[in-house]
Design a protein. Structure first.
Length: 85
């Protein structure tokens, strides 16, 4: 785990960023067998920044598991396909 990221404003993700990604983004991976229950990875682009959100739809709400700015080193240029290791 890297510390100090919270002190970098360009790495911050706001609630608006997450909401925008979920409402306007695209499901790029599905995890039907996730131990937390069915979940998926959503890609959204907001203000030119690709944001990945892992979420799990529940009956009465949408659980946000994690959200992060996509790393160019891990994803192809479209941020939809993981690079092969």
């Amino acid at each position: 785990m890297q510390y100090g990221r919270l002190s970098k404003p360009d790495r911050m993700i706001t609630t608006k960023d997450i909401r925008h990604a979920i409402e306007n983004g695209e499901v790029i991976e599905n995890y039907p067998q996730d131990t937390r229950g069915h979940s998926c990875l959503v890609l959204g682009i907001r203000t030119g920044r690709p944001i990945h959100v892992v979420c799990s739809p529940k009956e009465e709400y949408l659980a946000i598991i994690t959200a992060y700015l996509s790393n160019k080193d891990d994803w192809n240029n479209d941020f939809k396909t993981r690079k092969k290791s």
